[in-house]
Design a protein around this ligand. Structure first.
Ligand code: HXC
Length: 518
């Protein structure tokens, strides 16, 4: 295609469009061959109706010289009607690498997000620091890190990894609130396979080193694994539905019209929870039966599945949900579950989202593996998160709550505003079997000698359960605000949130705290 002369006014605009179009065609050729979308196609998919406004398209380039600017596209548009700033790295230009111009553009976009108090979304697809630009490129990462930290806790920040995210570049998404990866094409690693082989002799594939499965199931770096780019982008749009544009405005409240399906689901919630404390069940079914339209957007569903976290609405109010998951490892708290829950609680607190906690926990997971992994240091993060949170917090104990795990899972003593339990909940320092064997050690030793061990133990366990393992002690000592019928749980949560609506009166223009990795 011949490029129109940029020397006239019309010619300039035509030349500009022609260069942009040619660049997009080249990008499409390269990206589509790898089953990937171009940077601008991704942004069009992200914003409502494909409408967005690009800023600085020719920064670093020249219309007269026929060059588009840089390896990153940046702009703004609406997501479900609300303004969002976003950038997408363009792998078709120098491998999407980051040099001076790209760094300036990304820092500028984050700055706009901060000034406008709107969420910032970054789509990563890059070979990392542009080697040719040396330390200048490295320094740009430093500036981006600093800007991302400045925005943390002020406006929501979400990263979508749709290609390589290599080297120290990984720390930019790591500083944002949520990371979404695609199953096949996205990789995050600090040192690539070649460097690993050269330095340690270890032979490892890209997927083994930093594929979506590794970061979703194992490392906990990512928060969602999507099958396709379209699904990844759609998930981020859904997340944004639940979030305020910044910490300075209230989280979304939607108009909710009561409906028979929700009412029936809430009334029947008891049927989802087996009475035997040893029987597993999927607590997400409980969550879905208690929230509006059964819609629960889970986060980090593949990592530390012994606890579930996510967003939902209750009577139209957007809330964060934290719940032990008895289906996995009996819902015990371990190092990963602790960090997962803790960072989520901190996120909700930073953005004024009420936290609803459902408790069914047998305790912290015992054993040398957990002690050596730092359950003391990492388990403590849950305490830091709940104890410092000032948003409305409502807790419901569904079935059992034992020991330290009872206290840290949003108990009243750690900071919940209102806490309730179902009538047959077991609440105690520890389970009856363990407690009886410690409290009645001598009596049990005697019973063993005279051949009455089994019946004596059964009697003592029953006695302990009768006297100690029930919600009444917690109610009479003020640790619970009431014992509620399961069928009333949804209404109790709604009433509690109404009562607490005026609680979180934060000073305007003040960031509560950041949401950096703990
Ligand atoms: C300059 C780079 C580059 C880089 C890729 N390219 N990475 N150019 N600096 N870091 C170029 C390639 O030369 C190529 O140019 C084009 O981008 C596409 O790359 P390919 O290798 O052809 O693509 P692919 O086979 O898909 O492999 C992609 C890749 C690989 C896995 C990302 O390119 C790679 O391993 N790159 C290096 C990744 C890395 O180690 N980065 C860390 C840099 S240091 P042509 O002209 O042929 O199209 C860093 C530190 C940040 O990031 C520190 C922050 C504190």
């Amino acid at each position: 295609m011949s490029t129109p002369s940029p020397l006239t006014r019309d010619g300039f605009i035509q030349a500009q469009d022609a260069i942009a179009q040619a660049a997009e065609e080249k990008a499409a050729q390269r990206q589509h061959a790898k089953k990937k979308l171009t940077a601008r196609e991704r942004l069009s998919l992200f914003f409502d109706d494909g409408v967005w406004h690009e800023v600085g398209q020719f920064i670093g380039g020249s219309v007269r010289a026929g060059r588009i600017g840089s390896a990153v596209a940046a702009g703004y548009g609406r997501v479900q009607g609300r303004m969002v700033a976003a950038y997408a790295q363009d792998f078709s230009v120098l491998g999407g690498t980051l040099g001076k111009v790209e760094g300036d553009k990304i820092v500028d976009l984050i700055d706009r997000g901060i000034r406008m108090r709107i969420p910032i979304v970054g789509i990563q697809d890059s070979g990392g620091a542009r080697i040719q630009e040396g330390v200048v490129a490295l320094a740009q990462y430093g500036r981006i890190f600093k800007k991302t930290c400045e925005a943390s806790g002020l406006v929501p920040q979400i990263s979508i990894i749709l290609g390589p995210c290599a080297g120290g570049a990984v720390y930019q998404p790591a500083l944002t609130d949520f990371i979404v990866m695609t199953r096949e094409n996205s990789h995050m690693f600090v040192t690539g396979p070649d460097v690993v082989a050269a330095t340690t002799g270890e032979k490892v594939t890209l997927d083994e080193l930093g594929g979506a499965a590794i970061h979703n199931f194992q490392s906990g770096v990512a928060h969602h694994m999507a099958d396709t780019e379209e699904e990844a982008i759609d998930y981020v749009r859904s997340l944004l539905d639940y979030l305020p544009s910044s910490c300075e405005v209230a989280p979304p409240k939607y108009e909710y019209i009561a409906n028979p399906e929700d009412e029936a689901a809430a009334r029947g919630v008891a049927e989802l929870v087996p009475t035997s404390v040893r029987q597993p069940y999927d607590v997400r079914d409980v969550v879905r039966s208690l929230v509006d339209h059964g819609e629960y957007v889970e986060i980090q569903d593949l990592f530390a599945p012994n606890v579930t976290i996510g967003f939902a609405c209750v009577d139209g109010q957007s809330v964060g949900i934290v719940a032990n998951q008895p289906m996995n490892d009996a819902g015990t708290l371990d190092v990963d579950a602790s960090e997962k829950a803790a960072r989520f609680v901190r996120f909700c607190d930073a953005f004024g989202l009420p936290i609803v906690t459902f408790v069914d926990v047998p305790g912290y997971r015992p054993g040398t593996e957990q002690e050596q992994a730092g359950i003391i240091r990492r388990g403590a993060k849950v305490i830091v998160a709940y104890a410092n949170a000032t948003v409305p917090m409502v807790t419901v104990i569904l079935r059992k709550a034992y020991g330290g795990a009872y206290i840290v899972m949003g108990s009243k003593s750690i900071g919940a505003d209102l806490a309730f339990a179902w009538p047959d909940a077991q609440i105690a320092v520890m389970g009856a079997e363990g407690a009886a064997s410690i409290m009645y050690r001598r009596e049990l030793a005697g019973a063993r000698e005279n051949g009455t061990f089994e019946e004596t133990k059964a009697r003592l366990v029953a006695q302990y359960e009768e006297e100690t393992v029930n919600p009444e002690v917690s109610v009479s000592s003020g640790q619970l605000d009431g014992i509620i019928a399961p069928a009333d749980t949804r209404q109790t949560i709604i009433d509690s949130l109404h009562l607490l609506a005026s609680k979180d009166q934060r000073a305007p223009h003040v960031k509560r705290h950041d949401n950096g990795p703990l």
